[in-house]
Write a protein that binds this ligand. Structure first.
Ligand SMILES: Cc1cc2nc3c(=O)[nH]c(=O)nc-3n(C[C@H](O)[C@H](O)[C@H](O)COP(=O)(O)OP(=O)(O)OC[C@H]3O[C@@H](n4cnc5c(N)ncnc54)[C@H](O)[C@@H]3O)c2cc1C
Length: 157
């Protein structure tokens, strides 16, 4: 699957006047092993980037046929890009825990005073899930009466 979006349609500040930003990606299905040992400065890495992005270009061309000739700046990211710039483990989108096989751990840890949230904890990967994990952690730390007291203090209770 290839996902395509044009974020500059929603936020004009993302591109110069008269231009747009297009983002195309394959959600989490690129094997890390293929990239793992490559030098990011090597010709081999550059060639693999071109080869592996071809499918995304082809998907994009079904929507905008002449897109390749109209692009002024093109950037191809890889699992190594996610690993380097986002510090994602093996360049992944998040931990792959298959439904029915295991569960994401909760906020509690064996260490007193150490709590965890984020996409390696329940309910898992993605911004909505990560926001929920922090809510769950906050809710685990503070009782309902404490929540009410806080809401009252900030004028929302
Ligand atoms: C390419 C990509 C596309 C995605 N697309 C979507 C999407 O469209 N929709 C969606 O909902 N989710 C998407 N996700 C998933 C989503 O981005 C993550 O699940 C979410 O950002 C995880 O949030 P987090 O706070 O747990 O971790 P992160 O956002 O990864 O934050 C962890 C932070 O810790 C820092 N860090 C790591 N190690 C250390 C260290 N040793 N010392 C100090 N700091 C450290 C990292 O630099 C990073 O800033 C995508 C993920 C990727 C990689």
């Amino acid at each position: 699957m290839v996902l395509i979006s044009i974020p500059s349609l929603l936020d004009r500040s993302l591109a110069p006047s008269g231009k747009h930003v297009i983002h195309a990606y394959t959600p989490g299905n690129e094997p890390y092993a293929r990239w793992e040992r490559l030098d990011r400065r090597s010709a081999e890495y550059e060639e693999l980037k071109q080869a592996r992005s071809l499918g995304m270009w082809q998907a994009l061309e079904r929507v905008i046929p002449d897109v390749r000739s109209r692009c002024e700046v093109t950037l191809v990211g890889t699992p190594l890009t996610h690993e380097r710039f986002l510090r994602r483990h093996r360049g992944s989108y998040g931990p792959a825990i298959a439904a029915g096989e295991a569960l994401f751990p909760g906020a509690r840890t064996p260490l007193k005073g150490l709590w965890c949230c984020g996409d390696s904890t329940f309910p898992g990967i993605g911004l909505p899930a990560v926001a929920a994990s922090s809510l769950i952690t906050a809710n685990t730390l503070a009782s309902l009466p404490q929540h009410w007291a806080m809401l009252k203090r900030i004028g929302m209770g």
